[in-house]
Design a protein. Structure first.
Lengths: 301, 109, 233
């Protein structure tokens, strides 16, 4: 067996379709409402914007290591991955079909600013329909796995949708939060959040921070194959939504709030988690962060 | 050229001689700022049809030049090229078109 | 109409809803049943803490009042815009609140939302918009974002957005548009107690909003697109 170094393909730099092609079993993706069917947004032309043949999301069924999955991949480059009427309906359709057809899992390659403001009201209602449909999938016994690794991150209503999943995989390039830094800066000024301070933005919303906090389940490098492996591991990791589970989540989130001291920055929060040199976290490899978290989990257990 | 409110919609149809074997629709590119997506589909007439929807208005003459240049080089027959554009430069347009036709099956003899 | 007047109109003096730092909580007698009431007032900004406070109330209802209907009274300026809330994971707190409401519905609690003053996107996306149905008072305000901010973020001229707002339900803020698009089940006119009675009787068990949007003409593609995916090969 020859040991050739494999080239790493950046997940962040791939389009949604490239991610699907490289992450799923080769040739297994069967798309519903493919581009040629032209199910596009009726709301964009009046704003002087071109539409996209797939309205920024590809949905369909596929295989992952031979397991059946239903999948959606959002295209962050089109309208920031924002959810409009058609885009949202494609997600809802895929999720409702999952409840009916029962694949092994649902996979969501999320990259979105949330509600597509250009379709305002339709987008907001659509996002909540997606949320309900996702929770229906979980309630019917299938895991929903979300991958977050695009340059645009996963924000707004989609940030909440993604947090409703069983399992979240992030890369250190990915970001997961609610309001984007620009929106917070526009509202509260640069002292509240300097949106141009990339290091600050990633400390606050990026994959490493989320993983250290426990907001995501796996942290991987910006590598499509790493995401594939992580998604495969996640296929059997359901978190049933019971009252017991929600009470445990409530205790966790309440404890986090109680321990919070209005800290100015993630550094202080990481220090309180037990990291002796929090200022080194941004430069540490994903692997090092993973090793540290694993060792902490053993300590706590 | 029709003036849909907000975006330019341009249609061209040019004769071509090189028929292509049957193919599934081909999509390349993404509609983002300075970018475009190109969809190739088979169609029944011995021409190459182009439809362009673009947010960059008033560039009809440039699109025509790009399209004529493309068809002069490739002389496609029985192909429909549909484009959604958000202000790509002619160089990027040419690149996407080249990427798209690179995925066409070999022409019939 | 403030929350006190609203509760009086709905329940007379047969309720014990109180306000504690912008959170409304209590129970009410209605048509021989007890309801749990949960909501916000003062155009509350929903931050990490407020999301948890609401989730706690929903979990308490599930744990201690099996089968009891929950009425959500909504008045919010939207999500809290603070770096610290993002740092702590406000998105996760919001998802937790939404999951709690969803669990309540699955455990047989009917959940009805009423926007009685304001509702802006993140402030009610995991409450009213996850209820079995959401209603509104006719002079309530519902919007995703104020137009100047929307113009800034989209880089579209405000005048264009204002012009489109006049006739287009997709932009125009307003309860009539949300009704037309299926986001709201109805507007409560006249006798509010009677409207509550009717709304409770008509609470759907499935998400009817895309269908309503199609029937009312405000969202003509959503339901059809969902159906096409269900029917696709």
């Amino acid at each position: 067996m020859s040991l050739r170094p494999t080239t790493v393909t950046s997940y962040a730099e791939c389009s949604a379709r490239q991610r699907l092609a490289l992450l799923l079993d080769a040739g297994s993706f069967h798309e519903w409402l493919p581009p040629a069917e032209r199910v596009t947004s009726p709301h964009l032309a009046q704003l002087g914007l071109p539409c996209a043949f797939d309205d920024g999301v590809a949905v369909g069924r596929a295989a992952l290591e031979g397991r059946s999955v239903f999948v959606a991949a959002q295209e962050g480059a089109f309208m920031g991955g924002g959810v409009g009427e058609v885009h949202g309906a494609k997600l809802v359709g895929m999720l409702r079909r999952a409840v009916r057809d029962r694949p092994d899992a649902v996979l969501l390659l999320a990259e979105s600013g949330g509600v597509r403001l250009h379709e305002a009201n339709a987008g907001l209602i659509a996002v909540s329909e997606v949320m309900r449909a996702l929770l229906d999938v979980r309630a019917s016994g299938m895991p929903v796995v979300v991958l977050i690794g695009g340059a645009n991150g996963c924000f707004g209503g989609m940030g909440i949708v993604a947090a409703c999943a069983d399992h979240i995989v992030m890369s250190d390039v990915g970001r997961h939060a609610m309001s984007g830094p620009e929106v917070i800066e526009a509202s509260g000024g640069v002292e509240e959040f300097d949106a141009r301070d990339r290091s600050l933005v990633w400390r606050t919303t990026g994959g490493k921070h989320r993983y250290l906090l426990g907001d995501c389940d796996q942290l991987v490098d910006d590598d499509v194959q790493a995401f594939r492996a992580a998604a495969t591991r996640a296929l059997d990791q359901r978190r049933p939504l019971t009252l017991t589970a929600l009470e445990a989540e409530h205790r966790l989130l309440s404890a986090r709030l109680a321990a919070a001291h209005d800290e100015a920055d993630a550094f202080e929060l990481w220090r309180r988690l037990g990291i002796t040199h929090p200022e080194q976290v941004p430069d540490r490899s994903v692997r090092d962060i993973g090793v540290w978290v694993a060792s902490r989990r053993k300590e706590v257990a | 050229m029709s003036m849909a409110p907000g975006v330019d919609v341009l249609d061209f149809e040019l004769p071509g001689s090189k028929a292509v074997a049957a193919f599934e629709p081909i999509l390349v590119g993404v509609v983002g700022s300075g970018n475009l997506e190109v969809l190739l589909e088979p169609q029944s007439t011995p021409t190459c049809r182009f439809q362009v929807e673009t947010s960059a208005r008033g560039f009809g003459a440039i699109w025509e030049a790009v399209v004529r240049d493309f068809q002069q080089r490739h002389s496609l027959s029985g192909v429909q090229v549909s484009i959604h554009d958000m202000g790509a430069t002619p160089a990027v347009v040419a690149l996407r078109l080249a990427q798209a036709i690179a995925e066409l099956p070999r022409a019939q003899p | 109409m403030n929350w006190r007047e609203l509760c009086r109109a709905l329940f007379g003096d047969r309720h014990d809803v109180t306000e504690d730092d912008e959170l409304l909580r209590g129970s009410a007698h209605f048509d021989g049943d007890l309801l749990d009431v949960l909501g916000t007032t003062g155009h509350a900004a929903i931050g990490y803490a407020m999301a948890l406070r609401q989730a706690r109330a929903v979990l308490d209802t599930i744990a201690t009042h099996p089968g009891r209907t929950i009425v959500l009274l909504i008045d919010t300026q939207g999500q809290r815009l603070r770096r610290h809330d993002e740092l702590l994971g406000i998105h996760r707190a919001m998802a937790h609140l939404g999951s709690a409401i969803d669990l309540a519905r699955r455990r047989g609690h009917r959940v009805l939302g009423l926007v009685y003053d304001q509702a802006l996107s993140g402030g009610f996306i995991t409450t009213g918009l996850l209820a079995d149905a959401c209603h509104a008072l006719p002079n309530a305000e519902i919007r995703v974002m104020r137009l100047p901010a929307m113009a800034r973020v989209t880089k579209l001229p405000q005048e264009l957005l204002e012009r489109l707002s006049v006739a287009n339900p997709v932009f125009a803020p307003g309860v009539e548009n949300y009704l037309r698009m299926g986001g709201l089940a109805s507007l409560w006119q006249g006798d509010l107690a009677q409207a509550l009675r009717r709304s409770l009787a008509e609470l759907p068990t499935e998400d009817r909003r895309a269908q309503d949007g199609a029937e009312r003409g405000g969202r003509r593609l959503a339901a059809a697109t969902v159906q096409r995916i269900l029917d696709a090969a």
